[in-house]
Design a protein around this ligand. Structure first.
Ligand SMILES: [Zn+2]
Length: 106
């Protein structure tokens, strides 16, 4: 799940992600995270979240969801051994690169 928890057309910092309104020059600055949480019946527990990093893939391009999610899962698995048996993700993760990288996390 992706959470956007700050957005502004005026304020920004060095870690802000950038988005542009369609058809306009105006820039939006925001912060966003990928969250890892329990699924199933009953209340959901947020285990942890990981913020996207600005300008990581190239100078003008912010980090993508899967890169952020991989870092989150790797960190949570390292910090909480045996907590996670199964990761459920949407169709964006249906690719061999994701599956191979997740299998490598111990
Ligand atoms: Zn910022």
């Amino acid at each position: 799940m992706i959470y956007v928890y700050f957005i502004s057309e005026v304020k920004n910092c060095e870690h802000c992600l950038k988005a542009f309104k369609k058809g306009k020059v105006e820039e939006r600055n925001f912060h966003s995270s990928v969250a890892l949480y329990t699924v199933g019946d009953g209340a959901k527990l947020v285990v942890d979240f990981e913020p996207y990093r600005a300008g990581m893939d190239e100078a003008s391009k912010d980090e993508g969801e899967l890169t952020t999610a991989k870092r989150l899962i790797k960190r949570v698995v390292a910090e909480h051994k045996n907590l996670i048996d199964v990761v459920v993700y949407d169709a964006i993760a249906c690719n061999s690169e994701w599956i191979l990288r997740i299998e490598d996390i111990e």
